[in-house]
Design a binder for this molecule. Structure first.
Ligand SMILES: Nc1ncnc2c1ncn2[C@@H]1O[C@H](COP(=O)(O)OP(=O)(O)OP(=O)(O)O)[C@@H](O)[C@H]1O
Ligand SMILES: [Mg+2]
Length: 412
């Protein structure tokens, strides 16, 4: 048997060889010039294909410069369609004009998904107060005291305060929509200061679920962000690729492929950038001097795997049990029917000491798994035997293996 060390270190001492690895790496032509450019943390100099939306948002907010309260804005659109990047750009430019002209306007951007910032009404108000330089204890005060403080601070500042609540659905899910009503109502009591809200979401049904009075006040203006098509994604990718990679590393075929794949997946620019970054990392690992189409395929598979596993990890426990039942049964039978899945699910619940849900609830969970693309299920007519739901797994190969490994680490 060949000793591992003989393969890796042909001569010299360990220290010399380890050093050699580092020196070799240092000399090696690298794929990336600046990988950071392909992440959300990078702010592009130029936002492409969003002139209409940028114009709409900036002209809605512009009246603030002349002392008028801008209409509230509701911004919605699918994942990775540029909502955050466009809102941040508009607020930044507005704030610059405000600062240069010493105008009484204040812009605040809050990402409601960030836990410590806005996962309770208390934290949200504390965060807003801190934007005005007022600090409050982490807990302990009644929320109406915080509302009062916030009211006073806006009033004393005499400023038109524009508050962008990004991923607003996450906040409403946690604390309900009363706070939105409270915010809009504050305006009727304020005399010198005013508050305008920008609510941003990618949950397209979020708006319908809001209380009617909140709905009408939040969406005095609405801006919809359409998915990007493959050509638009191509432009976005090239703009970043030139900064992210060394010359000659990326070619048109690679960009086209990333753009086409991301266009199929809801026109998501983040997905397109993730694909290109991951393909670059794979090319680097294979010691390739440039990114090849096959690296994009591998990146696609990797991202799919990550996404599926993350979705499974985030499922409620009962849905994980239903999926575990489907995984077990589909080794023998295909397609499956609800009754069989239900029976196996109950076995798993018993083994794991969990009280099973009713078959009706299982049907809801099957719909959830279908919506996530983990299973495929549809109702078929069986003539005089009535209608039955047929269930098949939509994941296969490595993803299936990894999903099994993940689920059966905590389900017996
Ligand atoms: N038109 C564009 N031009 C350049 N880069 C863009 C454009 N649109 C989006 N991006 C980039 O794509 C990524 C996703 O954009 P952004 O975060 O704005 O999407 P989003 O609509 O807010 O998505 P989500 O709903 O998931 O929050 C970011 O890295 C952003 O810089
Ligand atoms: Mg966003």
């Amino acid at each position: 048997m060949v000793r591992q060390s003989t393969l890796i270190f042909p001569h010299g001492t360990n220290s010399e060889n380890v050093k050699e690895i580092f020196l070799h790496y240092l000399k090696k032509k690298t794929i990336f010039k600046d990988k950071h450019v392909l992440t959300d943390a990078f702010f592009p100099d130029e936002i492409l294909h969003r002139d209409k939306e940028l114009m709409q948002l900036s002209s809605t907010l512009a009246p603030a410069l002349k002392g008028y309260k801008p209409n509230n804005v509701f911004i919605y659109g699918g994942v990775g369609t540029g909502k955050t990047v466009c809102t941040k750009l508009v607020l930044k430019q507005l704030q610059e004009v405000v600062d240069n002209n010493r105008l009484p306007v204040k812009t605040i951007y809050i990402n409601c998904k960030l836990k410590k910032v806005a996962d309770t009404e208390y934290r949200l108000l504390a965060q807003l107060l801190s934007e005005f330089g007022v600090s409050v204890p982490d807990t302990g005060l009644p929320t109406d005291v915080l509302y009062r403080k916030f009211f006073n601070v806006v009033e004393e500042s005499g400023k038109i305060t524009i508050i962008a609540l990004d991923e607003i659905d996450a906040l409403v899910e946690k604390i309900g929509d009363d706070f939105l009503y409270n915010f809009t109502r504050i305006n009727t009591e304020l005399s010198s200061g005013k508050i305008s809200l920008i609510g941003i979401t990618n949950k397209l049904n979020f708006y319908n679920e809001l209380d009617a009075r909140v709905k009408s006040s939040l969406s005095e203006e609405e801006i919809f962000f359409h998915p990007y098509n493959a050509l638009q994604l191509k432009d976005i990718l090239w703009q970043r690729a030139e900064k992210a990679f060394n010359p000659g590393v990326v070619e048109d075929v690679v960009i086209n492929k990333c753009a086409a794949l991301a266009a199929q997946e809801h026109g998501d620019a983040r997905r397109a950038l993730d694909l290109l970054r991951t393909a670059g990392e794979i090319a680097e690992r294979y010691n390739s001097e440039k990114i090849l189409e096959e690296h994009v395929d591998m990146a696609h598979q990797k991202l799919e795997m990550d996404r599926t596993l993350e979705a499974i990890r985030m499922l409620p426990k009962q849905a994980q049990f239903v999926l575990a039942a489907i995984l077990k049964l589909s080794k023998r039978t295909n397609p499956l029917h609800t009754v069989e899945v239900f029976r196996e699910y109950k076995n798993i619940c018993n083994k794991n000491g969990i009280k099973p849900l009713t078959i009706r609830r299982i049907n809801d969970l099957l719909n959830e798994l279908t919506a996530l693309g983990i299973i495929d299920s549809h109702v078929v007519s069986k003539g005089r035997y009535g209608r039955q739901r047929e269930i098949t797994l939509s994941i296969e190969g490595d993803v299936l293996d990894a999903a099994e490994k993940l689920l059966f680490t905590f389900i017996s």
